[in-house]
Design a protein around this ligand. Sequence first.
Ligand code: PEP
Ligand code: MG
Length: 316
Amino acid sequence: QRLRDAAERGLPARTRDGHTVEIGANVNRPDQVAMALDQGAEAVGLMRTEFLFLERSRTPDEDEQYAYYRDMAAALDGRPLIVRALDIGGDKQVAHLGLPHEDNPFLGVRGARLLLRRPDLLEPQLRALYRAAADGARLSIMFPMITSLGEVLELRRIAEGIRAVLGAPEVPLGIMVEVPSTAIQADIFAPHVDFFSIGTNDLTQYGLAIDRQHPDLAAEADSLHPAVLRLIAMTVDGARKSSRWVGVCGGIAGDPFGAALLVGLGVEELSMTPRDIPAVKARLRQLDHVALQRLAAEALAAGTAADVRALEGRLS
Ligand code: PEP
Ligand code: MG
């Protein structure tokens, strides 16, 4: 039985009618990669680099970061790695950065906004990443908390400048979709990015105006709320106009029914906590893509998250 489980985990997430999605793991450390691969991961779809800053009492310098990204890629042995640029602010506070107090940090200088204000954080990280790429690491870079096209153009310009100085190869540059403005304008962003990864934890928070950590509102902060699903559908539609792929790396990707709905909505890659991978793969392998597309259409027309969840009974 255990051998069979292990063999099944290694199978692709292919529906009965032959539609395949890529399954990544959300992993931050090189020493966790082997465990993720054992669970059936085919890639790392989200490496949260804040952890490099949170596990130390000081800022890691460029060389330390370079070694870390290189080791991460080496552990993946040629499989894809998506590294997210530093996402500080909101729920991710780093005391040793000495950032000013904000009354409303979730709506403040977070993610890309901080990166653009702090070249001393952004530039060493990009240099470390391009150096790793120059050494053969197969990686992509993803920017967090994007809310406007100007941010994307500026981040691309800075990244391209660093790449040119280092003579490093081109690296796919993607953005996270965590804010409704970016989902709504996905068609405008698409020509300027190589891929999109939807952060449903924040997209739910900002779409529904519910603090993602609020203890009394956890049930209402449901990523399967039809309004959140419409934002996901808008992202997929906008991305397709420029033939860009869309993944999801928020928590709902690791829920078997949520994953099924996302695939029905046209999401092509799912990245999740490693222990969620076997159940998601097994579920997708039981289903038909055409049925999931019908299910997704019904979910988009639903009134409430409860109505969406009730659709689960329709799946055989
Ligand atoms: C998200 O917001 O869904 C996400 C994946 O990013 P984080 O949870 O790190 O904010
Ligand atoms: Mg987020």
